[in-house]
Design a protein around this ligand. Structure first.
Ligand SMILES: N[C@@H](CCC(=O)N[C@@H](CS)C(=O)NCC(=O)O)C(=O)O
Length: 177
């Protein structure tokens, strides 16, 4: 859990600290107070910046502004990347939850699994088993929600550009993660 995928085009050196759910709750409050429970990853700590930064969009905006000499992850079209992230979060994420939640649960260590079940069942208002019982419908809906992305990828192989130069731009990272 908690792997951080900083777009490689930024060409920044960084160390990644992988965390389990329980590890997130133990470690993240030591480096920042997110004013919410549970705290979430990704979080970055940059010696150039006073205090940790969290939330994918805030992190990427910060990196883009703090390192103007490295290639931008937005290829001059920041609003389009924001729109794409919102599309993924709104139209793909819920369906992915229905497809994957039980599989994720079954792969977690005992402590994280107990936490995952309790927190997710509270959020979805039912058991993981009930929530994931109609995976086939979720898969069919997921395919429909993916179709505009599929069409876009058919043009160039990339969401946000025409060649390998665009590898690792924000939209590509969001889709991949
Ligand atoms: N909007 C946030 C979402 C972050 C998020 O939900 N992170 C999950 C892991 S991918 C997390 O840390 N969950 C902790 C928990 O559920 O206890 C972002 O993009 O950074």
């Amino acid at each position: 859990m908690g792997l951080c995928s900083i777009p490689p085009t930024l060409k920044l050196k960084f160390n990644t600290v992988p965390l389990t759910f329980v590890g997130i709750h133990r470690e993240i409050p030591k480096i920042c107070d997110q004013g919410q429970w549970p705290p979430t990853v990704p979080v970055i700590v940059d010696p150039k910046h006073d205090g940790a930064i969290w939330d994918s969009w805030k992190i990427i905006e910060y990196l883009d502004e703090a390192y103007p000499d490295t290639p931008s992850p937005f290829n001059n079209n920041k609003p389009l990347h924001l729109f794409f992230e919102a599309y993924v979060n709104k139209h793909l994420y819920l369906l992915l939850m229905k497809i994957l939640f039980l599989d994720i649960y079954n792969r977690l260590d005992q402590l994280s699994a107990a936490y995952f079940r309790e927190s997710r069942e509270k959020a979805i208002g039912t058991t993981l088993e009930k929530f994931c019982e109609d995976k086939e419908s979720a898969r069919a809906e997921f395919k429909v929600a993916l179709s505009p992305i599929h069409d876009a990828l058919g043009l160039t192989g990339w969401i946000s550009g025409e060649n390998g130069e665009y590898r690792g731009k924000f939209a590509e990272v969001i889709l991949g993660s």
